[in-house]
Design a protein around this ligand. Structure first.
Ligand code: AMP
Length: 321
């Protein structure tokens, strides 16, 4: 089932405490489409400038991404610069955002794209997200949405409208708190769900992810790695694994969302092991399945069955209990 994504295709400049890269391939739609191409056909809607290199289009095409919706316009490609300054790479500052050709972008969907059953509105101007949603010939089976502080601060009203149309919302924990104007994450997620989405996925970097759907809550850890190279794109690659699972199986139950979150965490964990999309390009099916199994081991523990107790019967804790 084809997944349509609208988002940024970018050149990123990233600095970590030990290394840096200038103008490497990035953007929310880029990470997402390369990540999800392992699980489902994907078609991308985005704008690129006349400086965007042909080899980067070819790279996406070589992963099976439908790039017919990449519109080339006069001007420079979207650029983002960020710096990770803490040793654990969990804290990031945006140094620069240059919308460039995105400032004038007007997405145009083909007849085929308008009928896509799955839509991912990746991090981009919420007005563009709404424009794409309006062009769909029928409501997709799943509308998923991502955003970030830049838009929460700058375009809250448009973001509210698109949030009210989404089934699944992805946000990182700081963004969810800012957006809901609520410090407690559980309350923040519930507040956002009351605006429309039936599931809210809160990404917490190296602390994992929380999935709220129906009346259930699921928590998955991030895969513990001994070396993180560059966390950029982990959120979009997480969304690729999550939506890839749903598109491949059609499973939108809370149980399915649990597996989807694990596949998302698997893909996100690979993303951070290289700069740009480097690591994603080397992954085999075996790598992905092995890490999925490693996640099962990481989180498995024996449940407390009826009649079991974790307290030795010979040692009462207190006189009243
Ligand atoms: P993530 O690390 O998952 O938040 O994604 C980072 C990617 O988002 C980078 O490759 C950037 O090019 C892209 N990005 C950063 N800021 C924006 C923005 N305001 N709108 C759209 N994409 C952005």
């Amino acid at each position: 089932m084809t997944v349509l994504v609208v988002g940024s295709v970018a050149y990123d400049s990233v600095t970590t405490p030990t290394d840096s890269r200038e103008d490497s391939l990035g953007g929310s739609a880029t990470y997402f489409s390369i990540g999800i191409s392992r699980f489902a056909p994907v078609s991308v809607i985005a704008v690129i400038g006349d400086d965007f290199q042909e080899r980067h289009i070819e790279l996406m095409r070589s992963r099976g991404v439908d790039v017919s919706g990449l519109q080339r316009q006069k001007g420079e490609t979207f650029r983002w610069a960020g710096e990770y300054y803490s040793a654990d790479l969990n804290a990031r500052t945006t140094l620069d955002t240059q919308l460039n050709v995105f400032a004038e972008f007007s997405p145009k969907l083909s007849a085929e794209q308008r009928g896509s059953p799955y839509l991912f509105l990746a991090n981009i101007d919420p007005e563009l997200q709404l424009d794409v949603l309006d062009q769909m010939e029928r409501r997709p089976d799943l509308v998923a949405l991502d955003s970030m502080n830049f838009w929460i601060d700058g375009k809250r009203k448009a973001l509210n409208r698109v949030v009210s149309e989404a089934d699944v919302l992805f946000m990182d924990e700081g963004e969810a708190r800012d957006y809901a104007q609520e410090g407690n994450l559980v309350t923040a997620a519930r507040r956002i769900m009351s605006m429309g989405p039936s599931a809210v996925v809160i990404k917490r970097g190296e602390h994992g992810v929380l999935v709220f759907s129906a009346n259930t809550m699921f928590s998955a850890p991030a895969f513990p790695l001994d070396h993180v190279v560059d966390p950029t794109g982990a959120g979009d690659t997480f969304a690729a694994g999550f939506i890839g699972y749903v598109a491949a199986t059609g499973d939108k139950t809370p149980e399915g969302y649990r597996r989807a979150a694990i596949l998302g965490s698997v893909m996100g964990s690979f993303c951070v092991q290289g700069f740009s999309v480097d690591k994603l390009l080397t992954l085999t099916k075996r790598d992905i399945e092995d890490r999925f199994r490693a996640f099962t081991d990481l989180t498995a523990f024996a449940p407390l069955r009826d009649g079991d107790s974790i307290f030795p019967s010979s040692r009462p804790l207190c006189t009243s209990c």
